[in-house]
Design a protein around this ligand. Structure first.
Ligand SMILES: NC(=O)c1ccc[n+]([C@@H]2O[C@H](COP(=O)([O-])OP(=O)(O)OC[C@H]3O[C@@H](n4cnc5c(N)ncnc54)[C@H](O)[C@@H]3O)[C@@H](O)[C@H]2O)c1
Length: 398
């Protein structure tokens, strides 16, 4: 009988658990006690799901290895961040495969969903073979299925996002089983016989987006230097049939600021030093400094005395509509101004630790710095005296 375990219950793992629990018995496993305790009480600290979504009959949350020993289908969704030297940090994958080495049995299937560089699935599978003396694609099976979930996106969800599924084995029964499980997650599966190619595909999807945003950030900064209207420049260029429009902004989260370093790391190891990929990172990482300079310039021009400067920073999470603040440059900008001006607050209804901002307080601040694009913030911008608005990405003004 099929017994599925999802390892790692974050932004990726929890939605997969909830989706599969509609068809199978599932155990959601996580090493974070707080995550397990809150999920058992029907609380999602990531603010993505409600109690009624989480408390499902077929779903159990646990941090105990004994509870997952009987499982035979493991989906690994643990984090893959970078170290402070911007190198891939695979310790969570290492830990979860170490756990698997203690419980792996003949016939088990493992699907890795975390974003990795080409070769990681194979490396950890080899380690697993060594530890368990079981043989991949014979005694057990390993697959790779990169995740494309887009938290906060109401239109694209697990159900309608195409999902890549890579399996190199030849066992038809195993393949059918994997497809049967994954069909319950996504309506459209794209099959690959090469795990390294699927790992690379995931990397380049995010690299492409990071680079495209970087290009628009650079165009924005050039327009600023040349005193040109960025929106108008883009409007004109957009009239050409093959011009692709992107929105500039502060890139954050667990994927875009991280994934380019994964592919370039392995490329460098193989003797290729990336020329384009990391240039996007350079521009996007610089944007924090650009915004800080822009605000400092506005404060200087206003001639408001330092002790009278009151700043409200609107939009703190890495993108509008999510509670995730990982790698959020907006939080770093808030910290910078809080240190310099005691009357600085950050406002974001999606961020639990945010200050409140009542309508009557809108008069209190002399600068409103808008860092995210979304309807709730547009409403605030609409209520303000235009002179108070600092809108570096022209989300609400021209
Ligand atoms: N967040 C996204 O939008 C997104 C989108 C696509 C792909 N991804 C990729 O998916 C992976 C997971 O990302 P996430 O955002 O869900 O991370 P997350 O930090 O939200 O969640 C990861 C969970 O794994 C748990 N964990 C860590 N080590 C563990 C272990 N050894 N055993 C069991 N649980 C463990 C953590 O406690 C945490 O709850 C990453 O590789 C990420 O790049 C994320």
């Amino acid at each position: 009988m099929l017994k599925i375990c999802v390892i790692g219950l974050g932004y990726v793992g929890l939605p997969i658990c909830l989706k599969l629990a509609k068809s199978f018995n599932i155990i959601g496993y996580d090493i974070n006690s707080e995550r397990i305790d809150t999920l058992n009480r029907g609380i999602d600290l990531n603010d993505e799901f409600k109690k009624k979504d989480i408390q499902i009959k077929r779903l159990i949350f646990s941090k105990k290895i004994e509870d997952i020993k009987q499982c035979n289908f493991f989906i690994v969704c643990v984090p893959t961040p970078i170290t402070y030297l911007k190198k891939p940090d695979l310790k969570y994958i290492d830990k979860s495969f170490n756990l698997l080495s203690k419980i792996l049995k003949k016939g088990d299937i493992i699907v890795l969903e975390s974003t990795v560089y080409p070769g990681v699935t194979k490396t950890f599978t080899k380690k697993l073979e060594k530890k368990t003396k079981l043989v991949n694609n014979y005694d057990f099976s390993t697959c790779y299925s990169p995740e494309r979930i887009n938290p906060g996106d109401k239109n694209r969800n697990l159900n309608n996002i195409n999902k890549i599924l890579a399996y190199e084995g030849k066992n038809v029964k195993v393949k059918r089983l994997i497809i049967n499980v994954y069909k319950k997650i996504s309506k459209k599966l794209i099959f690959s016989k090469n795990i390294k190619e699927a790992e690379t595909a995931k990397g380049i999807e995010n690299i492409q987006r990071d680079l495209n945003i970087a290009l628009f950030n650079e165009i924005l900064m050039i327009c600023d230097k040349l005193k040109l209207n960025f929106n108008e420049v883009v409007r004109l260029a957009s009239t050409k049939w093959n011009f692709i429009n992107f929105s500039p902004g502060l890139v954050g989260g667990h994927c875009l600021p991280v994934d380019p370093y994964y592919l370039t790391y392995i490329a460098k190891k193989q003797g290729y030093r990336s020329k384009v990929t990391l240039s996007g990172r350079e521009v996007n990482n610089f944007m924090k400094k650009y915004i800080i300079n822009l605000v400092n310039r506005a404060i200087k021009t206003s001639r408001i005395k330092k002790n009278k400067v009151k700043i409200c920073i609107v939009g703190l999470t890495y993108k509008y509509g999510v509670a995730d603040t990982r790698n959020s440059q907006k939080i770093e900008i808030l910290r910078y101004f809080k240190k310099r001006y005691k009357n600085t607050i950050g406002f974001d209804p999606f961020f639990k630790r945010s200050n409140k901002l009542k309508n009557y307080e809108l008069k209190k601040y002399n600068f409103f710095l808008f860092l995210s694009k979304g309807s709730k913030f547009k409403k605030i911008a609409g209520l303000l005296d235009k002179k108070k608005i600092i809108d570096p990405f022209f989300y609400y003004s021209n």
